[in-house]
Design a protein around this ligand. Structure first.
Ligand code: GAP
Length: 510
């Protein structure tokens, strides 16, 4: 418990000190569950979102993007089931009136997993273990349900009729816009609709820095197919089928087993992952994290237990990351069936079906997989995974594609015209990459400052530059240096950042 708190505190302190993330409204004492992104954080977050959008929308022909409003017609959330079902279990102290999320309280005090337990089960555990208020030792109420949606009023009159909700997930607005996208894009099943945007949840106990907050961003895709094509996924190649990952199925959890490494093929053949489409999208999302540098051994996929499934889900697999505070969900992947479109068709009275040209009839598109993740949780994963303490330095080993600054430019000394050459190079590089210019302090200190914020490459202009128009390029992770001609600098850096060339493969080592 203490170790967990200290690691997360260290990361939060680091983020604040370096300008990645600030507690929101800190001058007013902070605002629990809200964080603001500083100059470096906003770049890292943008790079995460851009990478996702490029890979899953722009580089595909079968996924279309939207960007919908965050305050929506109240019927959207009635139809989706969120008004009735989007709740967490809550207990209140009868003495000091402090409120706790019941499953978290049980987990914290007894160290057992309580997510997804029924209310009666939680009441029983609280009674049997005489759990009391951690603050004042007062008696707790029975477990109640608490709806997580933020309410607001739309228009100048505040009454029941003007109540609206801030969206708790981006997904519903994908369903609400399904007809518009279908008609304008001329999409044919199978296809997906993607969205990146803000979501709001009035979490009972925000915790673990960016992990559980009240305002966050999501990156979501709803992938629609014809129901009969549930196992007909044209993208599932042998390479994907042979890909191995850590798998924790429902059955393994029920038997008390830990995750096992297996190939996607094995998981499908043994009926662990039920559909080929679900397997394909699990692979795509796990691979995205790995390609951006996350340690594969710290990732696993875990199937939801029956009691844990959301009201709309037939089957759900989470991608989990091994945080300093345990394995936790970073990405959800539900099979949502035809539930949402059917509900919106019922509540709106509009026909949301798809005309199947082969069958010459209207069918209800089937959401075989909903890749859904929080940007802020991904941010935390990339940050924790990259945060490395070495003997003499802290180094943030971020994938260059994610790094806030791709390059930093230093004159060895601020005289003899080296600073002027350095400024010119910085101006040239800024047109291609985020670049930082620094002439203050010793060169060692300047390298250390960039290592800490994850800048993968540092360029130093020295006296040799004046003789042969070359500069040194230093690699953040190995501290190795090579000499590169100024004329080649943009191309060399681009291939390093894109991962086309490894630093070790460059010539002219120093
Ligand atoms: N549309 C499905 C959906 O919203 P979810 O499992 O509730 O499913 C998806 O949320 C993802 O959103 C999670 O895996 C997590 O990354 C992120 N997320 C959810 N609640 C969050 C919170 N309070 N703070 C930060 N991220 C959150």
């Amino acid at each position: 418990m203490e170790k967990k708190a200290s690691v997360i505190k260290e990361i939060a302190t680091f983020c604040k000190r370096k300008g990645f993330v600030f507690p929101s409204c800190e001058i007013y004492g902070g605002f629990s569950g809200f964080y603001d992104y500083g100059p470096l954080g906003v770049e890292l977050k943008k790079n995460i979102k851009d990478s996702w959008w490029k890979r899953f929308v722009q580089e595909r022909d079968d996924v279309f993007g939207i960007d919908a409003c965050t305050i929506n017609h109240p019927l959207v959330w009635k139809a989706s089931g969120h008004v009735d079902c989007f709740t967490d279990p809550l207990v209140e102290c009868k003495k000091c009136h402090k409120r706790y999320r019941a499953d978290h309280l049980i987990e914290d005090i007894l160290g057992i997993k309580a997510d997804g337990l029924k209310i009666e089960e939680m009441n029983k555990i609280i009674k049997e273990n005489s759990i009391r208020c951690p603050e004042c030792k007062g008696e707790l109420t029975e477990v109640m349900t608490f709806n997580l949606m933020f309410k607001t009023f739309v228009g100048p009159v505040e009454n029941e009729k003007s109540i609206a909700y801030l969206r708790p997930e981006t997904a519903q607005m994908i369903f609400v816009n399904f007809k518009g996208v279908l008609e304008t894009s001329r999409a044919k099943l199978p296809f997906g609709i993607a969205q990146i945007g803000r979501a709001y949840r009035n979490e009972i106990s925000p915790r673990d820095f960016l992990f559980r907050v009240r305002e966050f961003e999501q990156m979501e895709i709803e992938y629609f197919i014809k129901e009969e094509d549930i196992n007909n996924c044209p993208f599932l190649t042998d390479e994907i089928l042979d890909f191995k990952l850590n798998v924790l199925s429902r059955e393994m959890q029920e038997k008390g087993e830990s995750h096992k490494k297996m190939s996607i093929r094995e998981a499908l053949d043994k009926g662990i992952i039920k559909t080929r489409w679900h397997a394909y999208w699990i692979y795509e999302m796990v691979k995205w994290f790995i390609d951006l540098g996350v340690n594969p051994e710290k990732l696993r996929i875990r199937q939801h237990l029956k009691d844990e499934l959301s009201h709309y889900a037939l089957d759900t697999w989470d991608i989990e990351y091994c945080f300093p505070f345990g394995w936790k969900e970073i990405h959800g992947m539900a099979n949502r069936t035809t539930y949402d479109l059917s509900q919106h068709m019922k509540f709106s009275g509009k026909d949301l079906r798809y005309f199947d040209e082969e069958k010459r009839e209207r069918i209800m598109p089937y959401v075989v997989a909903e890749p859904s993740q929080g940007v802020d949780r991904a941010f935390l994963v990339f940050l924790i995974d990259a945060y490395t303490k070495e003997e003499d330095r802290i180094v943030l080993k971020l994938n260059p594609k994610l790094a806030p600054y791709k390059v930093a430019v230093f004159p060895l000394v601020k005289k003899d015209g080296l600073d002027e050459i350095a400024k010119k190079i910085h101006s040239m590089l800024k047109k291609h990459f985020t670049s930082f210019y620094d002439e203050k302090g010793s060169i060692g200190r300047r390298y250390a400052r960039q290592d800490e914020i994850g800048t993968p490459f540092c360029i130093t202009i020295d006296y040799q530059t004046k003789e042969d128009n070359t500069v040194t390029v230093r690699n953040r992770d190995s501290k190795e240096q090579v000499r590169v001609k100024i004329d080649n600098l943009v191309d060399v850096l681009r291939s390093l950042i894109d991962g086309e060339v490894k630093f070790e493969e460059l010539n002219n080592k120093i």
